[in-house]
Design a protein around this ligand. Structure first.
Ligand code: 2HG
Ligand code: ZN
Length: 497
């Protein structure tokens, strides 16, 4: 979900566990409405339950003695929200959710589970899009929701240290009092937890499968002493350890923000406009996002959002961050005059009013929320060389024809990250076979990545080879065996079996 172009700008956001609408809070996520999806074990019968223990009275007694009755959930109806991902793609049947508050509790839980061969599924805000954060079978869910303490905030260095379960938006609100901001932003800000977004951290603390606590919580910007172990946890999606604390470098909150929303008639114009934005806006360019006509149509028709522009084949959002509004506004206006004079942009609006900027961002950030209203969604999160950024969308439209209700593309143009979404009335193996592996072969031929930011989760392990070499995958497997020899951490995810 990285909207950003600059690491120190508003890097919006490198999250490996996905992103949901900001209003998708805990209460909504746990109180499921509508029909439940088929159990994952039935939808994907080729995946077999590992040789793990089945929970018994003794295990439950240990957990209850450790956490007390209030922080363990065993009531099946209350467990349901932890078993289903919010887009209702996958569903496990865990009968036990643990809600630790401290690293020491996580450590004792994992040491116990490791000794008794109990599989564990770590879960943050359950905002993921690749089935990584819910159990596949009956894994115990270890929820980090109560690990939401802010440990320290340093106004001078801009370093924030907090527990992994802090919600992104709450951290941003907290930082505003210190004149700082989170270095990332995404649609799911109201419910996603920072532990799932480790791509942007300075340091972290994690608990290994055997319960050992690994302290890599450095707050130094530079520290080149030995292997950079924190990076092992980035992209690991809870398969190598459970992240319990993070240290994040937070940039100052910008004094000036401006946002332009543009309508364009060809993808060629989109690319030319991006190039001009980089050259003419320079250091103040903080985000460049892309929406196609079918994506915008979804939020206007399904969510009844109002677009300030008439209908166009493509749209761009261009945001600037700086320290002097007059300077930024002048630069942005000159850029807009130029792209309109050249006929690259057909229509546009620019604003620095907070409420108007928010309304425009909603058109982009709420697409994900609208998609499941169409039926079942096949989601692809692809990195492509910028000149081929949109090529997958028409290719997929041609391939699927009428069998899809809606095929749309949007995403983080500045990062070359396309979100291709294919909505069908309901899931069928037949449509799945027409989409996969085609979508991955297409991406791999163009030397793209089959997961730019959402991770591999449960849905993509068997396709990881389209993005990673045999040698890399083998090394990942060796690391997994070394760090989690009994395979208790988030089984069936990330690595192919
Ligand atoms: C976004 O950028 C998220 O809005 C979700 O990464 C993308 O729903 C998607 O495909
Ligand atoms: Zn995204």
């Amino acid at each position: 979900m990285s909207r950003g172009l600059r690491q120190l700008g508003r890097l919006r956001a490198a999250c490996s566990l996905g992103t949901r609408p900001s209003s998708f809070g805990l209460s909504q996520s746990r109180g499921l409405t509508g029909a439940l999806p088929e159990l994952t074990k039935d939808r994907y019968p080729h995946v077999k339950r590992g040789d793990y223990a089945t929970l018994d009275e003794n295990h439950l007694r240990f957990f209850t003695e450790l956490l007390g009755t209030n922080r363990i959930v065993t009531d099946p109806s209350q467990c349901e929200g932890y078993n289903v991902d919010w887009i209702k793609n996958v569903r496990g049947y865990s009968q036990c959710v643990l809600r630790p508050k401290t690293t020491e509790e996580v450590s004792r839980i994992l040491a116990f589970c490791n000794e008794h061969r109990i599989a564990v599924c770590p879960q943050g805000g359950n905002t993921g899009l690749v089935g990584g954060s819910v159990p596949v079978f009956d894994e115990v869910v270890l929820s980090t929701s109560l690990m939401n303490e802010i440990i320290s905030t340093d106004d001078t260095s801009g370093v924030l240290v907090c527990q992994a379960g802090c919600i992104l938006e709450s951290l941003d609100t907290h930082l505003a009092d210190h004149g700082l901001m989170m270095p990332l932003d995404l649609g799911a800000k109201g419910s996603c937890q920072i532990g799932g977004q480790c791509g942007t951290v300075l340091g972290l603390e994690a608990v290994k499968a055997n319960g050992e606590i690994l302290d890599c919580l450095s707050t130094l910007k530079k520290d080149n002493t030995g292997y950079h172990l924190k990076h092992l946890f980035i992209g690991s999606e809870g398969t190598l350890g459970i992240v319990t604390k993070v240290a994040i470098h937070c940039p100052p909150k910008p004094k000036a923000m401006n946002l332009a929303f543009l309508g364009l008639d060809s993808f060629e114009s989109v690319l030319k406009t991006l190039k001009k934005a980089k050259h003419e806006l320079g250091e103040i360019l903080s985000s460049c996002e892309f929406i196609d006509e079918r994506s915008l149509d979804l939020v206007t028709s399904r969510l009844k959002l109002k677009s300030p522009l008439a209908v166009h084949p493509f749209y761009m959002l261009i945001e600037t961050h700086g320290s002097n509004n007059d300077h930024d506004e002048e630069k942005l206006n000159t850029f807009l005059e130029n792209v309109m004079a050249e006929g690259l942009v057909l229509d546009g609006t620019a604003t620095n009013e907070v409420s108007k900027m928010k309304n425009i961002w909603e058109l982009r950030e709420r697409i994900t929320e609208g998609l499941p209203l169409e039926g079942y969604v096949f989601k692809y999160d692809i990195s492509l060389p910028i000149e081929s950024f949109y090529s997958l969308v028409p290719a997929m439209k041609e391939r699927l024809g009428e069998s899809a209700v809606r095929i749309c593309g949007y995403g983080h143009l500045g990062d070359g990250n396309l979100h291709l979404n294919i909505c069908v009335k309901e899931f069928t193996q037949d449509v799945l076979k027409r989409i996969e592996p085609f979508v991955y072969e297409f991406t791999s031929k163009l030397k793209g990545s089959i997961s730019a930011e959402h991770g591999i989760g449960f849905r993509k392990p068997k396709y990881i080879h389209y993005s990673k070499s045999h040698t890399s995958i083998e090394l990942m497997k060796q690391l997994k065996t070394m760090m989690d020899p009994n395979g208790i951490l988030n089984p069936y995810k990330v690595l192919p079996s």
